[in-house]
Every structure is written in structure tokens, then in C-alpha cells.
Design a protein around this ligand. Structure first.
Ligand code: NAD
Length: 251
């Protein structure tokens, strides 16, 4: 049996990149996967590619994490589809809309905060409300922040602020929910090979890579393995941490 045998795992941003890799690693470890994305086709593709070691079918769900109604529907839909609440969750849904701060529109700022920060808040809140009201204990939530949230990043005032916000949210949720048996931790990926970073020009990639002590970008699977540790009982006494998975960048 794997590290997540018998667990229902809710993964947002499951249609791409890090979220998809988390689905693959968690399915390998025996979890039943609720793969959530704004892009339903992408979430479907993720589910079709998963191995099934739990005996329970993985399922895809369409939801917009930045809309509270969509999120509360999601938790109820997942609950009825699996006949139980998820006790593992990874919040990987996220976007970038880069631009220098002096030129950044209010719309770009609000949009990135709405998805990355408020979206993470809404999923944490809705899931924890359900877990507490049904007195389900031993749950673990992993919120995907970013090394940009620790160090800042050129052209990412909105994104870095959202990701720093995710750290504050995570630490507060960890304190408030510890006695309910819910752990909440953050993972801070560095520069990772996904569709999000595909658009970055090669020149910029080379410059950033030179700053990384390990001398290369990260793979989404390497982020997913860190999420697995925090999601599983292997980290049973860890809550409220911000775990950097960044090849030494800005450590
Ligand atoms: P990605 O673009 O490959 O995947 C993000 C997924 O989130 C997409 O499938 C997208 O459809 C989904 N999504 C976007 N808005 C949504 C919404 N409102 N509701 C539901 N789903 C939504 O990106 P990725 O690189 O896999 O990033 C995953 C997470 O990791 C993000 O939070 C990102 O900020 C963070 N991160 C990525 C890197 C990196 O270098 N790739 C570094 C640090 C942190």
C-alpha cells in the first residue's frame, strides 16, 4: 500500500504542470484523485493518464477557484462523487500576468490576487468548514506558493504579493486548525519546467538558471514529491511550514 492508500485527494490546477504531476504521484501512492481545473478538458486528460491503485475511480471536476459559489459546489460535488470528503488537498491553481509595477494595471493586480490568493483561501475555507462540521480529522492541505513570494521577482509585483499572501494564509490556517487535526503547509517551487514557464524567453531562462545553485530548472515531479511528503503521515508533526523546493535559489 502507498503513502496515501485509502485517501481522497483534491488537487486544483490539476490540468497542467505541477498540479498534473501531483495527481500522478498521489495516484501512484494509492489516493483516489479529484482533479479540479477551470479547463475541464485538461482535467479530463490528467485523469485519463492516471494509474488506479486505490480501486476507486479518479474523477475530474470543473471549478473556478476564485468564485466562492463554484468552490462550495465543488466540495459538495466531490463529496457525493466519492462518498466522503477529501482528507488531502493540494492547491496548485494559479496564474501569472507579469508587468513592471510602475506600469501595472489595477485589473492585472486584482486578477492575479483573485485566483492565486483568494482562490487558495476559498478552497482552504470551504474544505476545512466541511471537515470540521463532519468532525473528520487527520487531514493535510498543501498550498502552492512560490519562491517569488519570499524573494520577490522582476515583473511580478502582483504574483509575488499573491504568493507571499499564500504563506500568511497557510501559517494562520495551520494555527487555527491544528486542534481539529488538520495540517496546512506551503510549498515554494523555484523555477519549474511547466506550461507556465514555457513562454519565458530562452535568454531569461539561461539568466535565471545561472542564479540557481543546482544549475538547472526543477521538474514538476520534484515539486510533487515534496507535496507527497507534506500530504502524507510521514510529516505528521509538521504544520505551518513554507518548504522551498527550488534547487537552492534564494534559500
Ligand atoms: P500551469 O499554468 O501549467 O497550471 C496551472 C493550472 O491552473 C492550469 O491548468 C489552469 O487552467 C489552472 N487554473 C488557472 N486558473 C484557475 C482557476 N481560476 N480555477 C481553477 N483552475 C485554474 O502552471 P504550473 O507551473 O503548473 O503552476 C502551478 C502552481 O505552481 C501555480 O500556483 C504557480 O503559481 C506555482 N508555481 C509555479 C512555478 C513554475 O516555475 N512553474 C514556480 C513557482 C510556483
Amino acid at each position: 500500500a502507498g503513502l496515501l492508500a485509502g485517501r481522497i485527494a483534491l488537487i486544483t490546477g490539476a490540468g497542467s504542470g505541477i498540479g498534473r504531476a501531483v495527481c500522478q504521484v498521489f495516484a501512484r501512492e494509492g489516493a483516489a484523485i479529484a482533479a479540479v481545473d477551470l479547463n475541464k478538458d485538461a482535467a479530463n486528460t490528467t485523469v485519463q493518464g492516471l494509474t488506479n491503485t486505490s480501486g476507486i475511480s479518479h474523477q475530474s471536476f470543473c471549478a473556478d477557484v476564485s468564485a466562492s459559489g463554484s468552490v462550495s459546489d465543488l466540495i459538495q460535488n466531490v463529496r457525493s462523487a466519492f462518498n466522503g470528503l477529501p482528507t488531502v488537498a493540494v492547491n496548485s491553481a494559479g496564474i501569472t500576468q507579469d508587468g513592471f509595477m510602475l506600469k501595472m494595471s489595477e485589473e492585472k493586480f486584482d486578477k492575479v490576487i483573485a485566483v492565486n490568493l483568494k482562490g487558495t483561501f476559498l478552497v482552504n475555507q470551504a474544505l476545512c468548514r466541511a471537515l470540521v462540521s463532519e468532525n473528520v480529522r487527520n487531514a493535510s492541505i498543501v498550498n502552492i506558493s512560490s519562491i517569488s513570494g519570499k524573494a520577490g521577482n522582476l515583473g511580478q509585483a502582483n504574483y509575488a504579493a499573491s504568493k507571499a499572501g499564500v504563506i500568511g494564509l497557510t501559517k494562520t490556517a495551520a494555527i487555527e486548525l491544528a486542534k481539529q487535526g488538520i495540517r496546512v503547509n506551503a510549498v515554494l517551487p523555484g523555477f519549474t519546467v511547466t506550461p507556465m514557464t514555457d513562454a519565458v524567453p530562452d535568454k531569461v531562462k539561461q539568466m535565471v538558471t545561472m542564479l540557481i545553485p543546482m544549475g538547472r530548472m526543477g521538474q514538476p515531479e520534484e515539486i510533487a514529491e515534496a507535496c507527497l511528503f507534506l500530504a502524507s503521515d510521514r510529516s505528521s508533526y509538521i504544520t505551518g511550514v513554507a518548504l522551498e523546493v527550488a534547487g537552492g535559489l534564494y534559500a
